[in-house]
Design a protein around this ligand. Structure first.
Ligand SMILES: NC(=O)c1ccc[n+]([C@@H]2O[C@H](COP(=O)([O-])OP(=O)(O)OC[C@H]3O[C@@H](n4cnc5c(N)ncnc54)[C@H](O)[C@@H]3O)[C@@H](O)[C@H]2O)c1
Length: 362
């Protein structure tokens, strides 16, 4: 079994090999890392830190930074907390920060580390399925600005990523499903076999996720290597489902019933698959297959006319927009995706009405 994926910028290690590599680095490079910090949230502090320390006992000496859990914590106040603590502990530029948690921790931790003293090193140890297959790899770091997702951030690559499937044993099923959405996406944009295989994979902790995680990582790493800073365009395909999905996620973030990231992206993927059928040649039968699978797994949020106005407002902040036009990555078939499709607001609304608005659907 391959225990290492070499991406252009950094290695992704699996299981014990990852811990062995980090252990080696910490002892060999003792003179190089002046300080060690671990960032966790209150849940990963309790559920995941003991395994990490057991695997690398020297990390007992690391100073702990801990924030509350949840998307709302991916904010500037928590960055200030992290920076103030690092300053108080006299962290210098040769410090190392280990981000132990889901996508919220790897996003905010990567961002906070990247700008502290113009950048200290960080390592990601993802503990949710979503972070293992997506958030912890690819170099995007950032925080939300009020209800705008990932509005502030930068590209910066971790020194390494360590993936240990064992952490998934304590992950709630709803969170597992959220992570599956990003694996579905990788299948839809680049690998029909992965999409088909995932159709048989139950959302259960008893499932072995190893192969799907690796395949997903290979797909994402390959796309990122062709366009590391989303400049020449190819990387935009990773945003399939995310233009509308982020709008949905941002909208529900301010309500009593926020959606998990993957849940919002799944609904976004169904709307964008519908748009793909309308304007990008995705066969209707494939749109129906995607809608049937995703709407069977993820809870449908009813979106009425006034909610759809609010979601459309969020789309105007999408980072792929150009000269005020909203741009999409769309499927041409299951396993292939193209990008920079400009779509009118009317057609976007029609996708909400068809997919998400019960009154229109019935
Ligand atoms: N940077 C990127 O490229 C990228 C890509 C996709 C998503 N993201 C971001 O990732 C975030 C979502 O990530 P997420 O779904 O991992 O959310 P999360 O970090 O909020 O984790 C979800 C929940 O699971 C808990 N948890 C984490 N590990 C656990 C474990 N092993 N056992 C039990 N509970 C555990 C957390 O405490 C939290 O309550 C969003 O902010 C999204 O924007 C970033």
């Amino acid at each position: 079994m391959k225990e290492l994926i070499k991406t252009v910028q950094y290695p992704i290690y699996f299981h014990e090999q990852g811990y062995a590599e980090l252990q080696k680095r910490l002892s060999e490079l003792q003179g190089i890392y002046s300080n060690l910090f671990i960032l966790a949230d209150t849940r990963t502090y309790t559920l995941c830190l003991p395994r990490l320390i057991e695997s690398i006992p020297v990390l007992q000496k690391a100073r702990m930074l801990c924030i509350k859990t949840g998307e709302k914590e991916k904010n500037i106040e928590n960055c200030l907390y992290i920076w103030r603590q690092l300053s108080q502990w006299r962290a210098d530029r040769n410090s190392l920060m280990i981000n132990l948690g889901g996508g919220v921790i790897t996003d905010i931790g990567g961002f906070a580390a990247s700008v502290f003293k113009r950048g200290i090193s960080f390592i990601n140890i993802p503990t949710t399925l979503l972070a293992m297959v997506d958030a912890s790899i690819g170099g995007k770091t950032g925080i939300d600005l009020d209800h705008l997702k990932n509005e502030i951030g930068l590209f910066r690559y971790p020194e390494m990523v360590i993936i240990d499937e064992h952490y998934l044993k304590s992950l709630p099923e709803r969170e597992l499903k959220s992570g599956m959405a990003e694996i579905f996406k990788h299948g839809l944009i680049a690998d029909k076999k992965l999409w088909q295989k995932m159709g048989k994979q139950p959302a259960s902790r008893a499932t072995s996720w190893n192969e799907s995680i690796r395949t997903s990582n290979m797909i994402k790493s390959h796309v990122v290597s062709k366009d590391p800073y989303e400049k020449n365009g190819l990387r935009k395909i990773l945003n399939f489902g995310h233009t509308i999905g982020h709008g949905i996620e941002s909208h529900f973030l301010s309500t009593q019933a926020p959606l998990l990231h993957g849940e919002a992206i799944a609904l976004g993927m169904v709307c964008e698959a519908w748009l793909s059928w309308k304007i990008n040649g995705l066969p209707k039968s494939q749109y129906e297959e995607i809608a049937q699978r995703l709407l069977g797994i993820y809870p449908l949020k009813e979106i009425d006319e006034s909610t759809s106005d609010k979601i459309v407002m969020h789309l105007h902040h999408d980072k792929k927009n150009f000269k005020g036009k909203i741009r999409f990555a769309l499927l041409s078939k299951i396993g292939a995706c193209t990008y920079d499709h400009e779509i009118s607001i009317d057609l976007i609304r029609e996708s909400f009405n068809t997919v998400l608005n019960k009154t229109h659907r019935d």
